[in-house]
Design a protein around this ligand. Structure first.
Ligand code: ADP
Ligand code: MG
Length: 945
């Protein structure tokens, strides 16, 4: 319903939302009344009895949970498997519903307990971020209302200074009782630390643990902080921890537990302003580019033939009466390697392996450090024998640019996977760039969607209500101030030039300053701050300048900005979150005066600035100064308005105060807000492809990391490779079946010795099963030889290294794709669609190549020394970035807007769905168990191994 209303327009909407707000508020007053009732009862409890309430609540929750255990477990499992954002949202809603059923009845009592704890702490002092503070807060009714709304997963708009820090404590306490952690997320490390220190004693009084995470914190400390009932921290840090955990090669080093409930402070800044830029972890793309050149040099002198010639030579010998296996061995003695056009592959013969080992000075390719050499060599062979310059690719500007095999177009941005691209660069004697690539990335939008429930609080959210609802499904509730707001907003003053404007700003500051009132001046940049500072110095006015660089120090300065005679210049974010308390006698002289030196792109940011005055019913005032040279005016105010006004003003230096200007500015800001919303939506759309892929890989990877179901995973992969091979060699027409090919494949892949007689009279499906049983027998043998523990270790290593290296390679390709996609001249395809399609295709290829590699190596590699080191080297982190999204320019955006209707591309699941009954599918007999654990053995016994 709200959705419809939100997408509607005009005044009707405001009225509707307004009345919705009223209704919601009214709904929340009922529990507030109940709290009053409980207060009388709890007041008489001893401190110990009050604390015992926490245990009592926990027990009651435990009891209530019992009724829902199965349902919750099932939902959580589905959550883990769900791929689409929509499905996640739906499941999350269901989980929340249940948790609400469990927690809601406790709201009045639990919140009363917190309130009572606050009351008992009044007069006590403790250290908050290094400063001794006396506690004096007991939640007001409006704060209780805000607390209930937060518990319900709402965005609460409460003005600056209304005490949101305290509001968060109540829902945090209640939700923490579920035992899955609560995260309270702020915009910088300093505020996280401050809030933890400030509110910590309340939780501790009630027997809950509280921690804070900080960037640069050692892992053990972070783990401890995350284990607490409540964890405070900064937004980037939570996101980066998530990404870093998914690059860990040892589960014991992961820090972040499941994401349950988050309360975001200054939520608009996190979900709107910062959401324009994704979090990125980057590092070197290649361990070393040298190996490509070495492999290239190594295979150049090789004697190489194509598959056809190989087959012919073998046939000739067989015709002369030689057994086939001997014939093959003879041919393989003569050549180092062969390549196969049909299967686009290369095969190194034993002779080639020995030769390469000697020339590279490596003892053994299948142990220790050297397992990746065969891969480099194979790619070098393919580069030389299967890819032709000016046909498959061109060399342009020192780079290999792929030619599309169907259209013949150049495809900048597309790169071949798995090091083939670099192998071709080596072949062409080009420089392989030592570049950085994305190792992990996520947008805030998608990160916060991982939580079961989020809620937020801020002084300014109403203007972004629509976006918050559409993207995050969050409602905004405006809560009235505790005391009436008496801040006086003066109308904007508009000047012709920036210089005139700044002069007027200085005049205003001096005038107010003379009356003894403090002044806070907001600017849009450090540069403007400095300009003003210089001008003030010339006038001999003492002042402070804050640049949002040293959060703690600036917080201390801003805290005193309400003392009489103070002048403070601050950029947007400087000192935010810090309360400005008025000094002696300041209220009597009119309170804090705010001077804005420019209108910001978003109305919200202006409101943040003016909202710094008039806290808790204090007097105060604000005025914004503008000029026709300001960016927003130049870009967005219709020219005729400017012209009209300029004509109708009298003298230089004189201000225009005209409602026409104010209205036009409001409209201009709306336009910019919409544009920025579009940028965030584009980013989200780009990230959507990656989001599904990331979830899939991360969840599989996590299973591997924890050593869950390794054997199953490997056997499934083997089965599927066999299935694909049988499909390839024994296709639709029986007379075209290629048993020789299949036998060779099975030997190379799994080391199986099979003859044509083994296939006699079998259907393709029976052949598949026969091969699988043979491979299974080999597997069982290897498992016995190694012992199970060593086998699991080997599997874990193999899967992890394969997933990680292929995933990394995929991320590299996606980087290239994103930056190159706009260089292509597509006739009809929009870049975003092309990106989605190629992204999905790349991902499919990646899944395939993981399977291929794992099954190739499972019988070949031995347990290795220093395996962990090899894994760790893949993920060398160089930089943590949170910067401007560079993907799209303005023109590109128009094209993007047109592509809204692009169909959703779903990535293939990790194990592809089989048309027949898969080993992992529910058994057809209806037992509800997996096929392989049920009738599979019975059904396949007749074939025998
Ligand atoms: P916000 O985050 O909403 O801007 P803060 O949490 O920083 O506000 O709190 C601002 C100040 O308001 C506190 O430092 C405190 O002085 C005052 N305050 C908030 N709630 C109460 C209360 N219930 N009783 C007394 N003072 C309060
Ligand atoms: Mg705050």
């Amino acid at each position: 319903m709200l959705d419809k209303a939100v997408s509607g327009i005009g005044r009707g909407l405001e009225r509707l939302l307004g009345s919705h707000n009223e209704r919601y508020l009214k709904e929340l007053t009922e529990p507030v009344e109940e709290i009053k009732h409980w207060e009388r009862t709890f007041r008489s409890l001893s401190d110990r009895e009050l604390r015992a309430k926490t245990d009592e609540f926990r027990k009651r929750i435990e009891e209530a949970v019992k009724g829902f255990e199965d349902e919750l477990e099932a939902l959580r499992n589905q959550m883990n498997e769900a791929l689409s954002a929509k499905e996640k949202l739906r499941l999350r809603g269901k989980i929340r519903e249940i948790e609400e059923k469990i927690l809601d009845p406790l709201i009045p009592e639990a919140f009363t307990v917190v309130k009572e704890a606050c009351r008992r702490l009044v007069g006590k002092s403790w250290e908050v971020a290094g400063v001794e503070l006396e506690w004096n807060m007991v939640p007001f009714d409006v704060q209780l209302v805000g607390a209930i709304a937060l518990h319900r997963g709402t965005i609460v708009e409460m003005a600056t200074g209304e005490g949101k820090t305290l509001v968060a404590v109540m829902p945090a306490y209640l939700n923490a009782l579920l035992g899955q952690g609560v995260h309270i997320i702020t915009v910088n490390d300093y505020l996280a630390r401050r809030d933890r220190d400030w509110m910590g004693p309340i939780y501790e009084f009630l027997g809950l643990s509280v921690g804070v995470i900080q960037s640069q914190m050692p892992k053990e400390e972070k783990q401890a902080a995350y284990r607490c009932d409540i964890t405070y921290g900064q937004n980037n840090e939570f996101g980066f921890d998530y990404l870093r955990d998914n690059m860990e090669i040892d589960a014991a080093n992961q820090v972040q537990p499941s994401l349950h409930y988050a309360i975001l402070d200054e939520v608009d800044s996190i979900l709107i302003d910062e959401a324009r830029t994704p979090l990125i972890i980057s590092g070197p793309a290649f361990e070393s580019t040298q190996k490509y050149y070495q492999a290239d040099r190594c295979i150049r002198p090789f004697k190489v033939i194509d598959q056809q010639t190989y087959d012919n030579e073998v046939q000739e010998m067989v015709a002369r009466g030689m057994p086939e296996t001997t014939a093959k061995a003879e041919v393989e003695e003569k050549y180092d390697a062969r390549y196969d056009q049909k299967h686009n592959s290369s095969i190194i013969h034993d002779r080639g392996i020995i030769r390469a080992q000697r020339s590279l000075n490596v003892e053994d390719f299948y142990g220790g450090e050297n397992v990746d050499w065969p891969h480099f060599l194979e790619q070098a062979l393919r580069a030389h024998h299967l890819f032709k310059r000016d046909q498959d690719y061109v060399v342009k500007g020192g780079q290999v640019v792929i030619v599309d095999e169907f259209t013949g177009r150049l495809m900048p941005g597309r790169v071949w996977s798995n090091g083939l691209h670099q192998a071709i660069e080596a072949k062409e004697h080009l420089k392989i760039k030592e570049e950085n690539q994305t190792l992990a990335t996520i947008t805030f939008q998608n990160f916060f969607r991982l939580y079961e429930k989020i809620a937020g609080m801020t002084g300014t959210a109403k203007t972004e209500e629509m976006e918050l609802y559409k993207i995050y499904g969050l409602e905004v509730l405006q809560i009235p101030t505790n005391k009436p707001l008496i801040r006086h907003p003066y109308p904007d003053a508009v000047y012709r030039t920036e210089e005139e404007k700044f002069n007027a700003v200085i005049d205003e500051i001096m005038e107010v300053h003379q009356s003894g009132r403090p002044v806070l001046v907001g600017t849009r940049s450090i540069e403007k701050s400095e300009r003003l500072s210089k001008m003030l110095k010339e006038q001999g006015i003492e002042h402070e300048v804050l640049n949002a660089k040293h959060h703690q120090r600036e917080a201390q300065i801003v805290a005193t900005a309400g003392q009489s005679n103070r002048v403070t210049i601050a950029t947007n974010m400087a000192g935010r979150g810090t309360d400005i308390v008025l000094g002696q006698g300041v209220a009597e002289s009119g309170g804090l005066h705010i001077v804005g030196t420019e209108r910001h792109e978003a109305r919200r940011i202006d409101n943040q600035l003016s909202g710094r005055a008039g806290r808790q019913g204090d007097p105060g005032s604000s005025r914004f100064f503008l000029s026709f040279e300001d960016e927003i005016m130049r870009l967005f105010i219709p020219e005729w308005i400017g012209g009209f006004l300029q004509r109708h003003t009298v003298a230089e230096g004189e201000a225009i105060e005209h409602s026409m200007v104010t209205k036009a500015i409001g409209r201009a800001q709306k336009k910019v807000e919409e544009r920025n919303f579009q940028i965030r939506k584009d980013l989200l759309e780009f990230d959507e492809v990656m989001d599904q892929q990331r979830k899939l890989i991360y969840s599989q990877r996590q299973k591997v990391l924890l050593g869950e179901g390794l054997k199953d995973m490997i056997l499934d992969m083997m089965y599927e490779r066999i299935e694909i091979a049988v499909e390839t060699y024994c296709g639709a027409r029986r007379d075209e079946w290629d048993f020789d090919g299949l036998i060779a494949w099975a030997r190379k892949k799994f080391g199986l010795e099979i003859t044509e007689a083994d296939f006699a009279g079998k259907s393709p499906q029976e052949i598949e099963e026969f091969l699988y049983h043979r491979a299974l027998a080999r597997y069982a043998q290897k498992e016995k030889d190694l012992d199970e523990e060593a086998m699991r270790y080997l599997e874990r290593f193999l899967l992890l290294s394969s997933i990680d290296s292929k995933w990394k390679d995929h991320l590299y390709r996606m980087d290239q794709l994103r930056s190159g996609i706009y260089l292509r001249s597509y006739a009809q395809v929009e870049p975003i669609i092309a990106y989605k399609q190629e992204g999905s295709r790349n991902f499919g290829e990646m899944l395939d190549s993981i399977q291929e590699e794992v099954t190739d190596l499972i019988f070949k590699v031995r347990p290795q020394e220093r395996a962990e080191e090899r894994l760790a080297r893949l993920w060398q982190v160089e930089e943590l970035i949170h910067r401007e999204f560079a993907g799209i320019s303005r023109q590109q955006k128009a094209a993007l807007a047109a592509s809204e209707t692009a169909g959703e591309e779903r990535p293939q699941p990790f194990i592809r769905k089989r048309p027949k009954v898969g080993r992992n599918a529910p058994c057809p007999c209806g037992s509800g168990r997996k096929y392989k654990h049920c009738c599979w053995d019975k059904d396949h016994a007749r074939i025998g191994a």
